[in-house]
Unconditional design. Sequence first.
Lengths: 263, 114
Amino acid sequence: MCAPPPSPDLQTALARTAAFGLSPEVRFAAQSGEEAIVFLLDQVKTCQLPRRVTVTDGQAENLVADAAGGRLLRLVSVGDTAQAHAFSDVLGRPLNARSDSDADQVAACLRAVLPDATTLVVTTARLDSAEGHTGAGLAPAQVLQALGFVPADPDPAAKLDDLICAAEDVLIALYTGRGETRLFRPEAALPDPLLACLARLLAEPGGLIDLVTPGDILFLTGISDLPHGIGLVRTPDGPAALIFDAEAGVDLAAFWAELPLAP
Amino acid sequence: MTRDDLATLRSTLAACEMLQLVDVAARTVLIADSAVKLGQEHHDALCTQAAAIFAPARADPPGCAMMAGPMGTRVFVASPVDPGEVLCGVFAPGAELSAVEPAVRALFARRAEA
């Protein structure tokens, strides 16, 4: 017999509790050190808002780190005194995504802290100060690359090619800021209202492309009466727009967000 | 809409870190609920982005916008009742994004009927 579902009031109370960072701990039985590190970095990726992440083996504290924006902001401390001494250069200071040595040092530290199969217990709590929400910190993919677990990050143009290749069934065209159109469906024609809209988005001062930073795509759906979705992106050749079936927007956004992270 | 509405909605959306309702004309955060307590600057940054996308003067306002990238995905859904109100969400990689817009629109509809 199933327990009755929580009442709305209880659901609200639970949500309120979570709002103050008191989310339940996460346990994971890693079969190897590599699996433990990958699991930890997956937990970091879920920390979009600033959080302090604490890793224990169920008894002793292994590692404390700060994370935000899905990135590792800093390694705060490690539990082992000898390791704390060995990695004193990297502990307690902000991590820099543009520094190759930071990724290498963090990778070495994680290898030392999580060398073997273990049961990880990961807890998160709010940070006393909200900081580094954008830009700062190491992306988990950078650490994975330093560890040799994944290949080097592809360049932005290659990522866009990956998206185009994976989504060819739902993509209609790629329109550039210079007014050039690459049709993925030869029979498709871009109506004039859509072309006028694309020109405003990409070329006019204050156009929405100004909001898009390298590595991001801004997907727009439900524009006027257009049945199309539009994805604004910066490419090495300049701003561009992907035109796609509007209902595919969420799948394209999810696919793009899961591609390897750029520094 | 109340903060409890947002808290309940957030608890149903996987990997949802923050929800907030903003008035884009006034560039004001009306209510917010987040996984951790945040400084106002975080709410303001998301509000500013929503206001830029859904600015009343914009010729082609979208119904829904998603900014996807290595920093997660930020989703913006305009109220069908009052286009000046936009519900914004921050989602970690792995979120079930397809569930977001229908859930937000259902909440807007419930509140319009209440």
